[in-house]
Ligand binder design. Structure first.
Ligand SMILES: [Zn+2]
Length: 507
């Protein structure tokens, strides 16, 4: 028995080589689709679209549709490859703006391939081309080019770009943030694939289970995200997408990720952390989702099915953004009525949950009892008054620069000024026990102290009535889990140079 478990764990751990879907599971649950996919990867027997083929594909679309399709380069990968961003639609019109990203993790190829299929069909299918009068679409089809060319999740320096959305320590993420904020979408969707065989699943079922969902929806339950964003996703975008998935008998669920701690497995539902894109873009007041397609480790098994699922979701979100454009824009405008308090600490609701999974041995769907930490149902634990401005001392220009890359407008004081402010006092401080992205996280608790201080001319001020101000909350408050202090952008001593201005007076 013990040996069987060891073998199974080995198989699950080395799933890129060994534990792709067994043929029986593919045939029964994930049969491939008999459709024509006119993208580069499908014109060859193995492998995926490479960078050269991507540019060739984009150039072809551009040459055939010069008035509707364009692309520009937004920056370079670490290995010096220029990152393309595609623009589809008539940019002279004030249409609703939607932005898609794919390939941020380089080993999730159905994301890029599905988005290339979307581009092709938007320009070639009559049923979709009408959409182009009413939407402006921007697409980053291969966000992590160096990773993609090696089919590796990571960038060339080994970092995970979807954990770098607040620290901004990689050139790719800096370029992507600047370009997307410049485009300023109302709807942002980041397409990924997820790993259906996880080592945690070995303990379920007869000898292990695998996920049964063709796709999973991930969106933010972070309490500093405007609640109308989640409402818009749940009331409009998901039901319409789910109807379309039902037509093709594609299975879906809200995104669940498993973790183990002290020999116990638990599952997280929903996104709360702005280090990743779903919450990061939601904090900038846009309708933000991350789609996970069942695919990591499957190589080209069920590949057309995975591409089609990506494509189906992408075109569904475009149709919803178009049909609901007045509602979406109104919801986003209403998000600018910011609440009086911000949430510094929260707890996720913990509930028992029954998750349907595929028993790998019996090839049957079975219910599995799990413990769920529900990130879509968080409860406040600690709050602070929302400041009217954050004030950042002149020598912390790195903080002002990062906020600016995140799309915030930063002002400066025109004269030396005596101001009554709240400053932070660190009362406990430690480092995370393990490295994350190559650094130890600063874990602190802080208290607020009232002070009267003279600030020099040129001191940075961050007005908190601007669209992306919730990103300032999540990066500047010292306890925040993806904040600048936690992620070593600044050190504990620096926190004395960040202040909160809470009086109701203009600076
Ligand atoms: Zn991913």
């Amino acid at each position: 028995m013990k040996l069987k478990y060891i073998i199974l764990i080995f198989i699950f751990c080395h799933q890129n080589i060994l534990s792709q879907d067994p043929k029986k599971i593919t045939d029964q649950f994930f049969p491939d689709l008999d459709i024509h996919v006119p993208t580069p990867a499908l014109s060859k027997k193995k492998g995926f679209t490479n960078y050269r083929e991507l540019l060739f594909f984009l150039d072809e679309l551009k040459n055939k549709n010069p008035s509707l399709f364009n692309y520009k380069f937004i920056g370079k990968s670490q290995k010096g490859k220029e990152i393309p961003m595609v623009f589809i639609g008539d940019s002279s019109k004030k249409n609703i703006k939607i932005c898609y990203m794919a390939g941020l993790h380089g080993n999730e190829p159905a994301s890029t391939e599905g988005i290339l299929l979307l581009m092709h069909n938007l320009l070639n299918e009559d049923s979709l081309s009408g959409l182009l009068k009413h939407i402006n679409l921007a697409i980053i089809p291969m966000a992590n080019i160096d990773g993609y060319e090696k089919q590796s999740r990571y960038a060339a320096n080994g970092q995970d770009l979807n954990r770098d959305q607040t620290k901004l320590s990689n050139p790719e993420m800096n370029a992507i943030k600047k370009a997307i904020n410049h485009f300023s979408p109302e709807v942002m969707v980041d397409f990924h694939e997820y790993k259906p065989y996880r080592v945690d699943f070995v303990k379920f079922g007869e000898y292990g289970t695998t996920s049964m969902y063709d796709c999973m929806f991930l969106y933010s339950g972070n309490l500093n995200v405007c609640p109308l964003i989640k409402e818009t996703i749940e009331d409009k975008f998901l039901p319409i997408a789910q109807n379309e998935l039902d037509i093709y008998d594609l299975k879906y669920h809200n995104y669940l990720s498993s973790k183990h701690n002290n020999n116990k497995i638990y599952f997280n539902l929903g996104s709360v952390s702005p280090r990743s894109s779903a919450t990061s873009f939601a904090l900038s007041n846009c309708i933000s989702m991350l789609m996970e397609i069942r695919g990591v480790g499957l190589n080209r098994t069920s590949f057309k099915r995975r591409i089609f699922t990506t494509y189906l979701l992408a075109q569904s979100f475009l149709k919803t953004a178009n049909s609901e454009n007045i509602y979406v824009k109104r919801q986003i405008r209403s998000c600018s009525n910011f609440p009086d308090e911000i949430v510094v600490k929260y707890n996720k609701e913990k509930t028992p949950y029954q998750l349907d999974m595929i028993d790998v041995y019996n090839q049957k769907i079975i219910p599995v009892d799990i413990v769920l930490y529900n990130g879509l149902k968080c409860e406040k634990v600690q709050t602070r008054k929302r400041p009217k401005y954050y004030i950042i001392e002149k020598d912390l220009s790195i903080v002002a620069d990062k906020l600016s890359t995140l799309g915030l407008d930063i002002d400066t004081l025109k004269f030396d000024e005596l101001l009554e402010v709240e400053s932070y006092n660190i009362i406990s401080q430690s480092e995370s026990p393990t490295l994350f992205q190559g650094f130890y996280e600063n874990i602190v608790t802080a208290q607020i102290e009232n002070k009267n201080l003279v600030f020099e001319k040129g001191t940075f001020i961050v007005p908190m009535n601007q669209r992306r101000s919730n990103l300032a909350v999540e990066t500047l408050e010292p306890e925040m889990l993806s904040g600048f202090l936690r992620f070593n952008v600044i050190q504990p001593d620096d926190i004395s140079k960040i202040h909160r201005y809470v009086l109701n007076k203009e600076l």
